[in-house]
Design a protein around this ligand. Structure first.
Ligand SMILES: CC(C)(COP(=O)(O)OP(=O)(O)OC[C@H]1O[C@@H](n2cnc3c(N)ncnc32)[C@H](O)[C@@H]1OP(=O)(O)O)[C@@H](O)C(=O)NCCC(=O)NCCS
Length: 234
């Protein structure tokens, strides 16, 4: 089993990415329902990662039933997340700030904003940005319409469900209405495509984001979503 450090790797129903910011950290995402995953395959993968210098592995956000599979292989809860959903039963506000389509040439600036808006663990590198863009069959990238970008949103759509995959505003420009405008755009776009629900997850302690979503008509959904962690030392 060989690993490409600069891109995604695929192993037996799992997508694996070694962090570009910290080569000792890997992120894995199940691509199939957990009953279809094999413990022996995951153990092989963990051994390979360890041989390649990785000592910590984090999962994507998992539901409780998915968590059990990983917990049986010594993964523990790293962070619990809050899932919120907007079901379009309340009127939508129009974006106050102008936004435009985010282009490939904007990606570096988006990554810079991401690095200032998020703490190190949640920070995107380029493969993570690509993963968010490609997580769904269709996605929309919006940035503010100023010359220098100060915020962006990535929203994906799969069937009648949409996902706000990423939202970040440069701290220097926060509380000026950009976050609200980017979310309003994501909601309008989803509604235009007959989406039934726009979902977003956020850290339990991210009060600013929670307030923003709830003030725009999102409701908390209790589903025990969490990121799990595996440590080579344990
Ligand atoms: C969350 C985030 C995108 C909000 O962007 P923003 O441009 O500052 O948002 P807005 O100016 O449109 O604020 C809209 C509302 O959100 C709430 N809000 C935003 N930041 C807040 C904070 N730090 N504390 C409390 N409420 C906050 C307020 O209700 C605010 O309305 P108000 O300013 O009229 O009181 C921005 O803080 C950010 O990038 N945070 C770091 C990354 C992140 O958490 N992303 C979302 C993860 S799911």
């Amino acid at each position: 089993m060989s690993l490409d450090r600069s891109s995604h790797n695929y192993f037996s129903g799992l997508r694996v990415r070694i962090s570009a910011n910290n080569g000792r950290v890997a992120h894995i995402t199940p691509l199939v329902p957990t009953p279809k995953l094999q413990k022996t395959a995951l153990l092989d993968l963990l051994r390979t990662l360890q041989r390649n210098g990785v000592n910590q592995v984090f999962t994507s956000a998992l539901r409780p039933r998915e968590q059990v599979f990983f917990e049986e292989l010594s993964f523990v809860i790293h962070e619990e997340l809050l899932l919120l959903g907007h079901d379009f039963s309340t009127p939508l506000n129009a974006p106050v700030k102008k936004t435009r389509k985010g282009r490939r040439s904007d990606w570096n600036q988006m990554l810079e904003i991401d690095a200032t808006a998020f703490s190190e663990f949640w920070r995107f590198d380029k493969p993570a940005l690509l993963e968010a863009i490609k997580a769904t069959p269709t996605s929309r990238i919006r940035v503010d319409a100023d010359n220098e970008i100060s915020g962006f949103a990535i929203t994906g759509r799969s069937g009648r469900t949409a996902f706000l995959q990423r939202l970040a505003v440069d701290p220097r420009y926060q509380r000026t209405g950009l976050g609200r405008s980017l979310v309003a755009d994501a909601l309008q776009w989803s509604k235009r495509w007959f989406v039934n629900e726009l979902l977003v997850n956020t850290q339990i302690g991210n009060i600013g984001a929670q307030k923003l979503y709830e003030s725009m008509g999102f409701n908390k959904k209790s589903d025990g979503l969490a990121v799990l962690k595996w440590n080579a030392e344990t």
